[in-house]
Design a binder for this molecule. Structure first.
Ligand code: GLU
Length: 516
């Protein structure tokens, strides 16, 4: 899944789209493109290129005097269906060239739809799954683009975010999503739609989230949300407090390194006023009143990848300070099990983005089975907060690096604070223990800062990396909280260096790894 940006306003759209795509570049992509539309709807132009955004910029510049376009959509593609090529790059048109669409995600029933549309005479020009969308819009369109997208939406299976544009409707973008992120950015006399806030953060911090099963119409003067029955939906505008500088590397070589150095602030902000000496821990946002907290008999943590590993560390912490049994499950597995759940189970769904499809599905299932579900997430108002009974925000700020760093430590801290709250309400965390724990936790940001500023310690890390980076395989071992740290380390190395890794509980080393 890659990046989408759309713009409607009065400024030159091409530069805004290119800059927006550059802000989404961190996700990796194989090709990119933009569609531009002038104010009168006289001319629509599609420019696409294989490779990086510099190539697209060249193509746009080489295009000479394009239309004075004030509306447009842009896309960075990470091919799932069809080779990475200029032909397969988005935006993708229909037979008539009247509709231009960008799509993130996958249309699972595209083979069937494509066969049907081909039989009906539609000519396909790409190998992508996405192209069925432009032809379906063409097929059902009778003068109303919003109605066409609304009609097409239920025909599509899979998970996706789409934005459509047409010269028949100058100054209008129509978007919809299913389990893939799509957000609207609101500015004065100009508006944006994108797959991530970072794309338009430079120009506006006022955000509206699009939900599954909605059609959003973005125009110069506003954005309108409708459900599939055409009922208007009120959607509040939420200001995000992220600094645009967060979307820039600020002298660091990579976003990941920059975000590693932001761990102290992430910890400080996540801690905030939540745990203070002599003051009971308050977590009202979890909507778990004290009497309900006292009735909790078990904690179930659900997450995927790094969030799952945060849960594994959290298990030790919560069990220790609350004396409640804690289980941690991969959301992508648990959702397919028929695991019974009692009303007295506190379920924590951990997802940094608040959009992880498997975690959302597992949280919904847990709620249906009667658990009290709390979302542990970094993104205000994200989907996870809406499927949950309550929320516990990590306040790590915008994380751009694909490998989670500062948000991971913030998750672990949030779980510790939650454990302290449960321990306090259950009466098992005495005042002295609370005071000691609070002091320790308050010291954490400086402890991390100290490590990051310790030149000798940093040089050691570099020396170790220098010595071993040619190795073809890494085995991580750990015990107690060291085990999830080993698992997370193995995941990180795999993810960012593509070196094969494995991780084991130290005591299990004799069962397999030694033979290896
Ligand atoms: N499935 C679409 C394609 O392969 C979109 C991929 C993406 O999300 O970038 O064109």
């Amino acid at each position: 899944m890659c990046g989408i940006i759309g713009y409607v306003g009065t400024r030159e759209a091409d530069e805004i789209l290119l800059q927006g795509l550059e802000r989404l570049e961190y996700r990796g992509y194989d090709s990119a493109g933009i569609s531009l539309l002038d104010e009168e709807g006289q001319r629509m132009e599609v420019i696409r290129a294989v490779g990086n955004l510099a190539k697209l910029r060249e193509a746009v510049d080489g295009n000479g005097q394009g239309p004075h376009a004030t509306t447009g959509i842009g896309h960075t593609r990470w091919a799932t269906h069809g080779r990475p090529s200029r032909e397969n790059a988005h935006p993708i048109s229909d037979c008539t060239g009247q509709f231009s669409i960008v799509l993130n995600g996958i249309i699972e029933n595209y083979v069937e739809l494509r066969r049907q549309l081909t039989q009906e005479g539609h000519e396909f020009r790409t190998e992508t799954d996405a192209e069925v969308v432009s032809h379906l819009i063409e097929k059902v369109y009778d003068g109303d683009l919003v109605a066409a997208v609304r009609e097409v939406y239920p025909l599509l299976e899979g998970h996706f975010a789409i934005v459509a544009m047409s010269p028949r409707h100058p100054g209008m973008l129509v978007g919809a999503r299913r389990q893939c992120p799509l957000v609207v950015g609101r500015g004065p006399g100009e508006n944006y739609i994108a797959s991530a806030i970072a794309a338009f953060l430079k120009w506006t911090k006022d955000v509206q989230l699009v939900e599954d099963g909605e059609i959003v119409v973005v125009e110069r003067d506003g954005a309108r949300f409708e459900d599939l029955d055409q009922a208007l939906v009120e959607r509040e505008v939420t200001p995000v407090d992220w600094d645009d500088a967060a979307a820039e590397k600020q002298g660091f070589e990579t976003f990941m390194l920059k975000e590693i150095f932001e761990q102290p602030e992430a910890l400080e902000n996540t801690l905030g006023e939540r745990m203070r000496r002599g003051v009971p821990v308050q977590l009202d946002e979890m909507r778990l009143p004290p009497d309900r907290a006292r009735s909790i008999e078990r904690v179930l943590i659900l997450g995927c990848g790094t969030s799952y590993h945060a849960g594994l560390v959290g298990r030790y912490l919560i069990e220790q300070v609350s004396e409640l049994p804690v289980e941690v499950e991969l959301a992508s597995e648990w959702r397919y099990r028929n695991a019974p759940l009692s009303r007295n189970t506190l379920v924590l769904g951990i997802t940094q983005s608040g959009e992880t499809a498997d975690t959302l599905a597992a949280m919904e299932a847990a709620r249906e089975r009667g658990g009290h579900v709390v979302a542990v997430t970094n993104i205000l108002g994200s989907q996870a907060t809406r499927v949950a009974d309550g929320t516990l925000y990590t306040r790590a700020g915008l994380e751009i690096g694909v490998a989670a760093t500062k948000t991971h430590v913030a998750q672990v801290l949030a779980l510790l604070i939650l454990g302290a709250y449960l321990g306090q309400e259950r009466g098992v965390l005495g005042d002295a223990h609370q005071a000691a724990l609070t002091a320790d936790v308050q010291g954490l940001p400086d402890l991390v800062r100290g490590m990051l500023e310790d030149a000798e310690w940093m040089a050691n890390i570099e020396a170790i990396a220098d010595r071993y980076h040619q190795q073809r395989f890494f085995l991580y071992l750990g015990r107690h909280v060291g085990l999830p740290v080993a698992l997370e380390g193995a995941l990180k190395l795999k993810e960012i260096s593509y070196i094969p890794t494995d991780a084991y509980a130290a005591g299990e080393m004799k069962h397999g790894p030694i033979a290896l």
